[in-house]
Structures are given as C-alpha cells and as structure tokens.
Ligand binder design. Structure first.
Ligand code: FE2
Length: 366
C-alpha cells in the first residue's frame, strides 16, 4: 500500500433539523456573520431562515449578501468582501449550491486581508475568516472540500482560488433539497458522480479515498431509478446528500480530473450546468482507459453497469444536453485544455492533444 495523507477538517453535522439542533457549533466563530447566498432558493427551501433563527438565538449579529448567481465571478466576491470589511463581519455562512459556498470561501479570504484586495485570492498562503457551509443541492461537495471555484472573465474560464480553505462547520440537511427541481437535482447528482469517478481513477487516489468512493458509488446506485424517473422521495434526498459529501471528501484528497478541466469551457462558452458539462464527457473519459483497467471495472461494478455504454446511456437519460458544437469549438476547447498540465497529470496513462480532441468529439458530436 502506498503512503498517503488524509485531511478533511470540516466539522460536519448530517440530518434533518441539524442547523437548529447543532447551532452551538457556530457560537465560537464570532459575533457577527455574513450570510452569503443566492436571490431566492435559500429563502424558498427554508435554509436561510433556519440559519438566521439560529444566529438570532445565539445573539450573533448578521448581514445578508444574497447576490451570488451561478458561477460567481471575482467582481461579485469583491463587492461582498467590501461590505463584510465595512460591517466588521467575523465569519461567513454560505448557503446554496457550490456557487454561494465557494463564493463565501473567497469572500472570507479577502476579508481576512483587506489590504491585499483581490490579490489575496491568488495567494496560496492566504488565510480566511471562518466559514460555515450549508449545501442545498447534492453535487459540489464544497462543504467538505478546500476548493472555491470562481469565474475568471479575463481568462474565459473558471479556476479555483489559490489557497485551500475548508469550512469550519458544515450542516448537511437533506430537507433543503425537497423542493429542488428535477433538472438541478440531476445535474448536481451527476456532478457528484463525476467527483467520485474522477477521484477513483486519478493517480492521486489512495486506499482511503477509493474506499470512500466505493461507498459513494454504491449509494449512487440506489438513487439511479429515482434520477431516471425524476422523482425523489425523502430517503433518496438523504442518500444524494450523503453521496455528494462522500464525493467531496474524495476529491479533497485527489482533486478532480479530465472531465472537470475539460468541462469548464462548455460551461463558459455554452452555458452548460457544471454537472452536465462533466457528465457529457464522462463516458469518453472512462473509455480513454485501456480495456481491462481494474479501477474502471470496479467502478462500473459498484454502479451496477455492465459496461461504459450503459454508463453513457444512463448519463444521456438523466441529463438534457442539447448544445450544438462545431469543429472550431472542439479545437478551441482542446487547445485551452492542453494549457492545464495539472489536470493532465492526474491521468494514469500518457495523453496527447489528439486524445483530448477525440474525447471532446466522441462526447459532443454524437
Ligand atoms: Fe464538480
């Protein structure tokens, strides 16, 4: 067995009602919080009220920043950080999908070093004020990862901030997903699935991360009929949230791999939801491994698929991918992706530009 490190320091509370039950976990984080969220969903699903009720009960003052859209950019983070600094905010609570949770990490980094401005985001040694994460989708795993992905308009793509920032406390309450639309449920579930798959197949995987993934994949398998039917009883919501956190716990050790790096361009250029962008590339990615690869065989077995074609058919079934691509698009994405040696290095076999181009082609020109 190879030597490895396992590090995932977020204090996680799982279960329906966990915010109010374990609100005291926030008491030590400061006397003033910024609640970071999107415009509507955290209000609709009750998460925002649960958090602000808990803060009120703990006598912690709070301000609301509810302007985080999908794929938040540096400009939005900068605006929120300015308010946080002016208000003397001591910790941050990100409620929502990956976007508000990631944004809250970035804001917390900027607020910890007001003199550095946005430079703090690209400083690998930057520190952050404490963060609480409350996921309301089951996909990103940001509540247990050190990543905070922002949109960079100047580079026409997305990138993680440089520092590794874990949440101090995470509340995983599946009830916030009870009202989540089918489209978002499926796209985010596929995001989590791709975390599990990419982590499992990465050269960075270790014994513990693979065991975590195997557990996540077998929970995902239980959810497959519901994802296909687009009907999600409470026990399926519970399983999706747990599976997503396990995916996060795995990529926190291994980072993601090719579909994530390749998919960012589909999100930026074609507006594909993040999970869909990864999902449409996944069959071709798995097929890039040589026939007989034991890890590919294991993951298909955990998911209950006979082969990669069944995995691809499932992804086609649960994603509604309709974007249209040209040869020029494929060449542009390929060239841009080849600029990311970090993602390419996670793949256990040699990879050429041609391989990447063919993966895009097989996935997008069906
Ligand atoms: Fe992801």
């Amino acid at each position: 067995m190879n030597n490895f490190r396992y590090f995932m320091p977020a204090d996680c509370y799982f279960g329906r009602g966990c915010v109010s039950e374990h609100k005291n976990a926030m008491a030590k984080l400061g006397k003033k919080a910024m609640v970071v969220t999107g415009r509507t969903s955290a209000k609709k699903n009750g998460a925002q009220k649960d958090i602000t009720d808990a803060l009120d009960a703990l006598d912690i003052k709070w301000v609301l920043f509810d302007e985080i859209g999908e794929n938040p950019d540096v400009e939005t983070v900068e605006r929120a950080a300015k308010i946080a600094i002016e208000e003397g905010v001591e910790f941050f609570i990100g409620i929502g999908g990956g976007s508000p949770m990631d944004a809250s990490k970035a804001i917390a980094v900027m607020a910890a070093a007001p003199e550095k401005g946005t430079d703090a985001l690209w400083d690998a040694d930057a520190k952050a004020l404490p963060i609480v994460c409350v996921p309301t989708t089951a996909g990103t795993g940001s509540e247990v990862t050190q990543y905070a992905i922002l949109t960079l308009h100047a580079k026409k793509t997305k990138s993680s901030i440089a520092a590794h920032i874990f949440a101090e406390v995470s509340y995983l309450d599946p009830k916030y997903m009870d009202t989540l639309p089918a489209k978002t449920t499926n796209n985010t579930a596929v995001d989590a699935l791709t975390h599990l798959i990419e982590s499992y197949l990465s050269v960075k995987a270790n014994y513990v991360s693979r065991k975590i993934v195997e557990m996540g994949l077998s929970i995902f398998k239980d959810c497959i009929p519901a994802l296909r039917a687009r009907e999600y009883p409470a026990d399926i919501r519970d399983k999706l949230m747990l599976m997503s956190a396990l995916g996060g716990a795995a990529i926190a050790q291994t980072m993601t791999s090719l579909p994530h790096g390749m998919g960012y361009f589909l999100t930026y250029e074609k507006g594909l939801a993040h999970g869909m962008a990864n999902g449409v590339l996944t069959q071709a990615y798995v097929e890039q491994f040589p026939a007989g690869d034991e890890h590919v065989a294991n993951l298909l077995k955990c998911l209950g698929f006979a082969d990669t074609a069944e995995l691809g058919a499932f992804l086609d079934d649960v994603l509604d991918h309709e974007a249209v691509y040209t040869e020029d698009d494929l060449n542009y994405y390929t060239d841009r992706f080849m600029e990311q040696p970090g993602k390419i290095a996670t793949f256990p076999y040699p990879l050429t530009r041609e391989d990447i181009y063919h993966m895009y082609k097989k996935s997008l020109m069906k």
